[in-house]
Design a protein around this ligand. Structure first.
Ligand SMILES: Cc1cc2nc3c(=O)[nH]c(=O)nc-3n(C[C@H](O)[C@H](O)[C@H](O)COP(=O)(O)OP(=O)(O)OC[C@H]3O[C@@H](n4cnc5c(N)ncnc54)[C@H](O)[C@@H]3O)c2cc1C
Length: 407
């Protein structure tokens, strides 16, 4: 390696909430020279900047899973972090509403998981009690979950990055990684902004994390399949229909939560997101199609096995994606007085969902270790809520595997 260029101990690929959380954790606790490499012109440009802005409580996740542990720990760390750094947030609570008798067993299971995951103050509600929290809602039973909140995740991400910079980390935007070469004593990472040399590497590339793993010579054994989540927003005149957050009981066979109402931290109320297959990894609209991404998807046996399992749900989601009437019908199950002209189309986000070759959707967070490398290969929701905890976990693995000295 050339002696003139700066050589970093760690390069982190991806300037979303998880790459920057890892950078903050590493620079706080270790004496390291570190660089974050972000492809786009700004941080939080993809999943982190297009999500629902919800601080999840930990209600949904299998007790003992990485999601349950990192969400419940991360949630409290995040509330404390936002308070310390003046980031807008609110612990406003949410309502999960069952609208049909067949949803009651799943509601029971959520209540059980909530208790098993240590949530405080969950309250089971009868139909007539739902109105104490959300007057416009109709349902047959519900759960009130006080630990859920709302926040501005791009602001959190910029603050993580700023704290890492204060500890001398470099944060480079416009630096897309397109190659990684192993050298006898480290790695050379080729980026659109030039090559950098490092001893070790962390991959937090979100929608591109499987491809980045392959660039690094690591076969991840899974594929990222992009699922777009489209939102509507309530018109200002109808904001009063929603006080805080209103969710349906999710389909337990599907990893997404169902379209819901979310009050946003800077005002306004969003409705959504749905979950439609995207034909481009960063495809935010119907018109966004990448022939390369599409061909890669169609060649992946796991895609066809997944499609075989979920084709009915997929068709339904696709219909709802094109039909405002169908979208509003789903929302009306929760708020029957909602009218077509109470909502207008808003933005979209794309979820990075890892899928196994047998077509199974990877449910839990997945971190894979390789020589001089850590790869974060599945970090869907509640990844943003859990960010401080996941960042700490990756930093601990990196410190152990890369032999980084304590500061
Ligand atoms: C629609 C939607 C709603 C969600 N709602 C919530 C919610 O309410 N609460 C919650 O907790 N979680 C939510 N999530 C999940 C949450 O947003 C993610 O778990 C989290 O943002 C993942 O962060 P990340 O840093 O891994 O990914 P990202 O934010 O996608 O960051 C990855 C970064 O890597 C960069 N990158 C990719 N390839 C390269 C390369 N080759 N070189 C350099 N950089 C590269 C990208 O540009 C990107 O900025 C939601 C997600 C979506 C999509």
């Amino acid at each position: 390696m050339s002696s003139s260029t700066k050589r970093y101990d760690v390069a982190i690929i991806g300037g979303g909430i998880l790459g920057t959380a890892t950078a903050m954790a590493l620079t706080r606790q270790r004496r390291v020279s570190l660089v974050v490499l972000e492809a786009e012109a700004e941080l939080a440009a993809h999943q982190t900047g297009h999500n629902s802005g919800v601080i999840h409580s930990g209600l949904y996740y299998k007790p003992g899973s990485l999601k349950a542990l990192n969400c419940t720990t991360g949630r409290e760390l995040l509330y404390r972090f936002c308070a310390e750094h003046g980031i807008a947030h609110e612990r406003c609570g949410k309502l999960v509403v069952a609208t049909e008798a067949r949803e009651l067993p799943a509601l029971d299971e959520l209540e059980r998981r909530g208790h098993a995951n240590g949530l405080h103050g969950i309250r089971r509600l009868r139909a007539e009690e739902l109105h104490d929290y959300e007057p416009a809602v109709a349902g047959i039973a519900g759960l009130h979950v006080p630990d859920t909140g709302i926040v501005d995740y791009p602001h959190v991400t910029r603050t993580f990055a700023q704290l890492a910079r204060q500890e001398d980390a470099d944060v480079r935007t416009g630096a897309r990684v397109h190659g990684v070469r192993r050298m006898p004593d480290g790695l050379v990472v080729e980026t659109s902004g030039g090559a950098i040399e490092c001893r070790s590497l962390v991959n937090c590339a979100g929608l591109q994390s499987d491809r980045v793993a392959r660039l690094c010579g690591v076969e991840p054994g899974l594929r990222i399949i992009p699922f777009r989540g489209e939102y509507y927003e309530l018109t200002p005149a109808s904001h009063s229909l929603v006080r805080n957050l209103i969710y349906p009981v999710p389909d337990p066979t599907f990893p997404f939560l169902g379209v819901h109402f979310t009050r946003m931290i800077h005002g306004g109320v969003e409705a959504g997101p749905n979950a439609v297959l995207a034909w481009k990894r960063e495809g935010y609209s119907h018109a966004d199609v990448s022939p390369g991404d599409m061909a890669e998807l169609l060649r992946f046996p796991g895609f066809w096995r997944m499609a075989g399992r979920f084709w009915k749900t997929g068709m339904h989601e696709m219909h709802r994606s094109f039909s405002k009437r169908a979208f509003v019908a789903a929302l009306r199950k929760l708020i029957p007085t909602l009218r077509m002209d109470d909502v207008t189309r808003a933005g979209a986000g794309v979820r990075a969902q890892a899928v196994e070759p047998d077509g199974l959707l990877v449910d839990d967070f997945r971190i894979v270790e390789a020589e001089r490398m850590v790869h974060l290969l599945n970090a869907p929701s509640p990844g943003a809520t859990a960010s401080i905890s996941i960042g700490q976990t990756i930093a601990d693995i990196a410190a152990r595997n890369f032999g980084l000295p304590a500061s």
